[in-house]
Design a protein around this ligand. Sequence first.
Ligand SMILES: NC(=O)c1ccc[n+]([C@@H]2O[C@H](COP(=O)([O-])OP(=O)(O)OC[C@H]3O[C@@H](n4cnc5c(N)ncnc54)[C@H](O)[C@@H]3O)[C@@H](O)[C@H]2O)c1
Ligand SMILES: [Fe+2]
Length: 412
Amino acid sequence: MSTTPATHRAPAPPLPPGAPIRSGAVPQTFQNPTRVITGEGCAAEVGPHAAKLGATKVMVVSDPGVVRAGIPKSVIDSLHDSGIETLLYSEVEPDPRIELVEATLKAYKEFGGQLIVAVGGGSSIDVATATAILATNPGPLRSYEGWEKFLNSPDPLFALPTTVGTAAEVTPFVVITDAAAKFKFTIGSPKAAPMIAFLDPMLVLGLPPSVTAATAMDALTHAIESYTSLLSTPISEGLALQAIRMISANIRIAVANPNNLAAMNALLIGANIAGLAFSNTRLGNVHATAHPLGAFWKIPHGVANALMLPHVMEFNALACPLRMIDIAQAMGESVAGMSMAGTTEHDAALRAVQAVRRLETDIGIPARLRDLGVDKASIPDMAADAMKSANIAINPRKTTINEIISLYESAW
Ligand SMILES: NC(=O)c1ccc[n+]([C@@H]2O[C@H](COP(=O)([O-])OP(=O)(O)OC[C@H]3O[C@@H](n4cnc5c(N)ncnc54)[C@H](O)[C@@H]3O)[C@@H](O)[C@H]2O)c1
Ligand SMILES: [Fe+2]
């Protein structure tokens, strides 16, 4: 957690040392610096917006899978139609490493780019954002880990998500892997949020079902963890509940039929709304335990979250049963009258956990860490890394390292 004292004007700041951790106990700001443009075909607006900034050379950052699917074409065509020269850089890998960001920066500098446009999932958007930061700040990248650690505004950045999960197109966070340390670190600053996000459902139409399932579970986790975070506020709560409704109502349809435009659009927007919420509240034990699973075992971020989510919800239900009941209702569970039928508040809260488990079975999320090749012997080391996450302190139930070990063991 950062020790930067100026924490009250920015979203999701680290708490001042010794501050009581409870919503309303410290002044909080709701801030989302990114302009969000939505709608079918809105990728064609990228060129005119880039031209308005005066850019003549734009680097498009993507990954090989997204390029193979032909997705950046509409963006590149739009830039060319506005008379802008482009360089397509498509070397991004999942769980992007520091070295990849450095290579992207080298290509950007050699090209003489003035604006970066990310077209891809969270990995492409994170690489693009980290590159934009290093374009104006000397580095090294890891020295900016924490909150508001770099000084200069990054180069301008537009982001077009092609998955339905991370909301990296609006968050003030960048997640990069330090491969040598096997550690995923986070850089955060309102200056890191992209300038414009274009949510074009045509870019997610036909998304492979396994990618939809994993990334939409990441988004659902964002919404649930934001809703139960000790930093949640009435503003973030409204967004989080709306995101839970939109994602849980559409995820099965979108996995079953990737060409259902309405369902894919609802997931894209639901994921974005969840991002607006968690940018201001941060997350919780699910993300704290999921990041080491990515760093140690390369488990896709959304799958890692999905595997940990029911276990953490069950653990948290004791601390925030009413919030869990709200989540169950937002997921379409009927909990009305449960107390009259002789069940406890805790039983009703657990309906949210059951709803998540049923959903995950329906969309084909693997049930156990052991099925993904995780060695049980790595749990203590992963738990030690999970405890370094700033999300532990704002999880609704106070958590010790032994409890993190138990959570991993129950998911194993
Ligand atoms: N910055 C943030 O706020 C934030 C938040 C959450 C997660 N993250 C990070 O984001 C990364 C995960 O991002 P992600 O889950 O979006 O996945 P991703 O970007 O790693 O992409 C996953 C796979 O999906 C493929 N893919 C993406 N879009 C496609 C499309 N439209 N059609 C076909 N294939 C497509 C890619 O080629 C890739 O193989 C993790 O590193 C995670 O830590 C960042
Ligand atoms: Fe996430």
